[in-house]
Design a binder for this molecule. Structure first.
Ligand code: ZN
Ligand code: ZN
Length: 172
């Protein structure tokens, strides 16, 4: 594993227009807030693949890829979960007058790798973080973990209170 890289000097590569480079860099990942819970990231540092291409007019086209897994409570059953996330993110930084072509992660040809990795991971999260895709969750009536209770877990249906009221009516 190479030394940890929080920021990377793109200019140092001295790429000419159209030239590219693929690097594997170790990037540190901070714990993530999601759905009111804190999720630790494992591993805390990942080997990320960074593709760098020099565009014409002194810009950069960048692609960042890595896999990580989160550790925290399942959003359905609250048991420990370790959902895996694949990150594949692209950025363009093209100096000039067009603000949309500037990357928020590139400043003076130095890439904020840690900041980009953090945001890209947050964007790659699934809608729900689950212990497994088909987690059965908790019983809405008694709160028991339905993964453990099994598919036969059920409750007597409460009689509809309107029927009880009907029963009290007297028909003469
Ligand atoms: Zn679950
Ligand atoms: Zn129940």
């Amino acid at each position: 594993m190479p030394a940890r890289t929080d920021s990377f000097d793109l200019g140092r590569l001295r790429l000419t227009s159209g030239e590219g480079r693929r690097l594997v860099l170790e990037v540190g990942l901070d714990p993530l807030q999601f759905g009111g819970e804190t999720y630790a990231i494992t591993p805390e540092a990942v080997a990320a693949t960074l593709d760098i291409s020099r565009t014409t007019h002194n810009g950069f086209a960048l692609r960042l890829r890595f896999d990580a897994s989160l550790r925290g409570p399942c959003m359905r059953c609250l048991e420990p979960a370790r959902p895996a996330v694949c990150v594949d993110s692209r950025e363009v930084d093209q100096p000039g007058d067009v603000e949309e072509l500037r990357s928020p992660y590139v400043e003076d040809e130095v890439l904020d790798l840690r900041g980009w990795a953090r945001d890209a991971l947050a964007l790659a999260l699934p809608v729900q973080l689950l212990c497994r895709a088909d987690c059965a969750g908790l019983c809405p009536t008694c709160g028991i973990d339905l993964n453990a209770a099994g598919p036969d877990h059920a409750h007597e249906r409460e009689p509809d209170p309107r029927w009880a009221k009907l029963g009290e009516l007297k028909f003469d």
